[in-house]
Design a protein around this ligand. Structure first.
Ligand code: BES
Ligand code: ZN
Length: 610
């Protein structure tokens, strides 16, 4: 790391810790979060010390969480934490070990059970607890679900509100804390966290972690398994199962260039190392931006580096999301829309302007598609969401946050110029570093710093607080996308030598009326049925719509290996839109596959095939 970056990171960390003389105004108390029962405006968690033992046979994590607390309201005497499905064994004062009075409230749908603890003399509470085998943040992977087939694996997924199923915490993105952890795993296994990580196997199965930068709870992460490490650059590297780690390191070599591009645009990377962890195909997402250690699906390894915008995306969260965080899940677009914008700026620098044009063209298309499916008055299509405590926070059309959000920043770029937008974004990352922020603050800042200085014929409000096609939505034209789509419209045979990304544009644009013969001809020439997961997620639905029953074995093998929600969902949806035979197949495959899926995916697909 460059000395300037070290110095800046240090200043940022110190600035965010209590008691230092930060050159900026103190962070305001977090705004009320409908998805947390904790009351951080009264007493707030500032540090977590975690000690857990991982038991694969019992499928539990058991141990203690010690929480350092800070009173914001001098009259407050109790701290409120979020929990879901946790078994609380005891609660004591960290220093005196005296028992502390506590109440575990009845379960509330979506929110879980609030744990209220009377705080003792030390201002630190120690909770002994264990997780439930069905804890929704945890995926316990059998050896058969791994490449090596020898060792089981465990990984967590805390976003959006699942951290409470494995750690008692104030589970709100408006609360940040530092942490340290001691994790005991079976000998021969690795443990990795969203923290400073080991680069070697621990001989006794005990791992100690430190996370000196304050993070919100949804970035708590743990993975246990048989891994190997390969460095990429001086501050980057990749962990994966031994059989995959070299292919992963090769696929991700551009990460240092991506990091340099992001730093040039938006300032220093403030998290020390940036490593990646490739998980088994049952990982439910493309990627998860766990700080210092992005979690990734193995389906990103296409062999031709054509899907690495995913890496740029998770890396971009090191600025938008992890450094400046949405204050509640109603401001989710501040994480994902900003990140998608930064991702595309990084990729444009790494791959050139034509690549950027392609991404923006696909973004506009996908936004128009999603908006066409909802009424203009549907608040789930607004950027500023209005979800309440009884709604699951992420049960919303995802592309609104990603694509409407990123296209808003693109529209600002085109209206005010890149230089002014970049300066605005850079100031925002510096000013709000290690803090949470909301849509209202963004709106006020953008109005003062951009719209207040020049009239551009449209305003922010219809993007943020209304549905429908927003004013100022910039038309995007990529000649390459137009060419591919023209071929797809006629199901004309493509040229040889396309990469995975080109294929997905083509397959996505093939009309739903494509005939069996057309599809079989394509397959014969290009072997799509033996393609990678990214190709299959677009290809298999076409085969199902054309009622090609011979595809059943491939569909089954795909759905019982891959557990990435975005990939399996369209295949199940196509089967459920088919006749009884396809529906029966969908239900029978789901029956075999469901134990492989992460609880989040199990819930989503379970509803779909009912
Ligand atoms: N943070 C998200 C994943 C996420 C979103 C988890 C909502 C839980 C709730 C991650 O950064 C992400 O956006 N992943 C995408 C990547 C893609 C858009 C490049 C994914 O997994 O598909
Ligand atoms: Zn993201």
């Amino acid at each position: 790391m460059k000395p300037t970056a070290v110095a800046l990171a240090l200043v940022a960390v110190l600035g965010a810790c209590k008691g230092s003389e930060a050159p900026r105004a103190p962070a305001p108390a977090p705004k009320p979060d409908p998805h947390s029962q904790s009351e951080p405006a009264r007493i707030v968690v500032t540090h977590l010390a975690l000690e857990l033992t991982v038991d694969f046979a019992a499928r539990t994590l058991a141990g203690t969480a010690r929480l350092d607390l800070e009173k914001r309201d001098p009259s407050a005497t109790a701290v409120v934490l979020d929990t879901e499905d946790l078994l609380i064994d005891s609660v004591v004062d960290c220093a005196t070990k005296a028992k502390l009075g506590h109440v575990l409230a009845p379960e509330r749908p979506v929110l879980g059970r609030a744990l209220t603890i009377e705080i003792g003399a030390s201002g630190c509470v120690e909770i002994a607890y264990r997780t439930a085998p069905a804890a929704r943040a945890l995926l316990w992977v059998e050896p058969s679900g791994t490449l090596g087939k020898q060792h089981p694996m465990l990984f967590t997924q805390s976003q959006a509100i699942l951290a409470r199923t494995w750690i008692p915490l104030q589970d709100s993105p408006g609360v940040r804390f530092t942490y340290d952890a001691t994790i005991h795993v079976p000998k021969g296994q690795w443990a990795l966290m969203s923290a400073e990580n080991p680069q070697q196997l621990s001989p006794d199965g005990t791992y100690r972690f430190r996370m000196p930068q304050p993070i919100p709870s949804y970035l708590m992460a743990l993975a246990v398994g048989d891994f190997a490490f390969r460095p990429i650059g001086t501050r980057t590297g990749v962990y994966a199962e031994p059989a995959l780690v070299d292919a992963a390191a090769k696929e991700f070599v551009e990460v240092d260039q991506m990091m340099a591009a992001a730093e040039e645009l938006y300032g220093p990377y403030r998290w020390g190392r940036y490593d990646m962890l490739v998980l088994p195909p049952s990982f439910p997402f493309g990627g998860m931006e766990n700080p210092k250690l992005t979690f990734l699906t193995p389906t990103v390894i296409a062999g031709d580096r054509s899907l690495v915008d995913l890496i740029a995306h998770e890396l971009a969260h090191s600025w938008s999301g992890n450094l400046v965080t949405n204050s509640t899940w109603n401001d989710f677009w501040l994480n994902e829309g900003f990140t998608t914008y930064v991702e595309r700026r990084i990729m444009e620098k790494v791959r050139g302007p034509a690549y950027g044009e392609i991404q923006w063209t696909l973004a506009e298309k996908s936004l128009r598609e999603v908006l066409a499916r909802y009424k203009d008055t549907d608040p789930n299509t607004f950027l500023a969401l209005r979800r309440s405590a009884t709604d699951e926070p992420d049960d919303v059309p995802g592309s609104v946050a990603y694509e409407k959000g990123s296209l808003l920043l693109r529209a600002l770029e085109l209206a005010f110029g890149r230089d002014r937008l970049d300066a605005f974004l850079r100031r925002r990352f510096d000013r709000l570093a290690f803090r949470s922020s909301d849509t209202e603050t963004f709106e006020a800042d953008a109005n003062a710093e951009l719209f207040g200085k020049r009239a551009v014929g449209w305003t922010l409000a219809p993007w943020l607080h209304a549905g429908g096609i927003p004013p100022g939505l910039p038309p995007q034209r990529s000649a390459e996308v137009a060419q591919i789509e023209a071929l797809a419209a006629r199901v004309a045979l493509p040229p040889r030598g396309w990469n995975t990304a080109e294929w997905t544009i083509y397959l996505d644009a093939i009309p739903k009326t494509a005939t069996r013969d057309q599809l079989l001809a394509l397959d014969q020439l290009f072997g799509l049925t033996h393609g990678n997961a990214e190709i299959l997620m677009y290809w298999l639905p076409h085969l199902i719509r054309a009622d090609i029953q011979a595809a059943a074995p491939v569909i089954e093998s795909f759905l019982t290996t891959v557990g990435r929600y975005r990939m399996v969902r369209p295949v199940y949806a196509a089967m459920m839109a088919g006749d009884e035979a396809w529906k029966t197949l969908a239900r029978s495959i789901y029956g075999k596959a469901k134990d492989l899926y992460h609880p989040i995916v199990r819930e989503g697909i379970g509803k779909l095939v009912k």
